[in-house]
Design a protein around this ligand. Structure first.
Ligand code: ATP
Ligand code: BTN
Length: 340
């Protein structure tokens, strides 16, 4: 590891100020050499504070508090997260948003919490939501689209989370990849190891006749959780665990919404995922892999090729015949030997 990365490593691990003197001693170099490395790291975009008599500290090196102030300070969006409602604990943020929508809340209203008592996943499954360094949040949307276009929003959101995840800097020397398991899971793999789920997305919609009344997109980000209950320990992980260091939850949250605003605008303009398809497919870990399509009527095995403009997974059946477009609604896709 070169000297600059060694210094970065010290700062990341310290999660606090490290004196220049200590860095000199640990690395066996002069103060000028340390200063030069700090300057180079800053040029690379690391925010390093220097305080007389205390030393250097890497910002965003650890999990800060998750509260209204830190979230509002980090959020850099036009409408997503305005207003922002922070709750220390709640039942389900998706439920909270539906309640607020009924009271007339506007598009962009965001509820964020650090613990849910009744977090839910797709199809009535449970989303485990302990108070363990994670973020659970939901946003209210009122797009003027047809109801059959709404499931695409899940993919728009997944792409935003993946783009934010790609900005995470792991501890130097650690190799981490992030991907999307179609349609709604963000997964991480460390050092070429198995893909594990670090984020789930649940889009729910209420209709008025055939029109959309409101849509809630809920996101569970496992940010700094280290230990998982037995039922999910084989398939679940967290962004921080993958990166090898605790992450700042407010900064990650803000990064997600910044990207969502951009992707959502492109989606609305096109009325489809056409402008996002190429990037989504880069993130798609199912691509080129054999998968089992658990269609209750006609399950089959095939190779996932990519998605179409509607966000359906295109699967070439191993039996032959033309590729099939699989919609996310009632169908699960699994790897033949496991989760992916
Ligand atoms: P599919 O919807 O395609 O069947 P899936 O198995 O990922 O995929 P989802 O409904 O998307 O199912 O996600 C819910 C599942 O996620 C739960 O059944 C559980 O296995 C897992 N899970 C629950 N809580 C967490 C969590 N905090 N972190 C990671 N995984 C979790
Ligand atoms: C899934 O993968 O099944 C989707 C999980 C979605 C979980 C989030 S956490 C915030 C929001 N509130 C909920 O009750 N669920 C979603």
């Amino acid at each position: 590891m070169d000297r600059k990365n060694e210094i970065l490593r010290e700062l990341v691990l310290a999660r606090d100020y490290v004196s220049g003197q200590e860095l000199c001693r640990k690395l066996g170099v002069s103060r000028t050499a340390v200063w030069k490395c700090i300057s180079r790291l800053r040029e690379e975009g690391y925010v390093i504070e220097a305080v007389t008599n205390r030393g250097y500290r890497l910002r965003e090196s650890g999990d800060g508090p998750l509260d209204r102030r830190s979230l509002e300070g980090a959020l850099d969006t036009l409408w997503a997260g305005h207003p922002l409602i922070y709750k220390e604990e709640t039942g389900s943020t998706n439920e909270d948003i539906f309640r607020l929508a009924e009271q007339g809340a506007g598009e962009g209203t965001l509820v964020v919490t650090g613990r849910q008592r009744a977090g839910r996943g797709r199809r009535g499954r449970t989303w485990l939501s302990p108070s363990d360094g994670n973020v659970y949040m939901s946003i209210l949307l009122r797009p003027r689209i047809r109801a059959d276009q709404a499931p695409m929003i899940t993919l728009v959101m997944a792409l935003a989370v993946w783009e934010a995840a790609r900005e995470i800097r792991p501890v130097p020397g650690r190799e981490v990849s992030f991907g999307i398991k179609w349609p709604n899971d963000i997964v991480a793999s460390e050092g070429g190891g198995p893909w594990k789920k670090v984020c789930g997305i649940l889009t729910e919609m209420r209709l008025e006749e055939a029109d959309i009344r409101d849509i809630v997109v809920g996101i569970g980000l496992n940010v700094n959780q280290k230990v998982f209950s037995e039922e999910i320990s084989g398939t679940a992980s967290s962004f921080g665990l993958a990166a090898g260091r605790p992450l700042d939850r407010s900064l990650l949250t803000a990064a997600v919404w910044k990207r969502f605003e951009k992707n959502y605008a492109l989606f609305l303009e096109a009325g489809s995922l056409a402008p996002l398809k190429e990037t989504y497919e880069k993130a798609l870990v199912n691509r080129g892999r054999t998968c089992r399509v658990l269609d209750p009527q006609a399950p089959f095995t095939g190779t996932a090729l990519g998605i179409n403009d509607r966000g359906e997974l295109i699967v070439a059946p191993e039996e032959g015949g033309s590729p099939v477009a699989v919609g996310s609604g009632e169908i699960s896709v699994r790897g033949v030997e496991g989760y992916i």
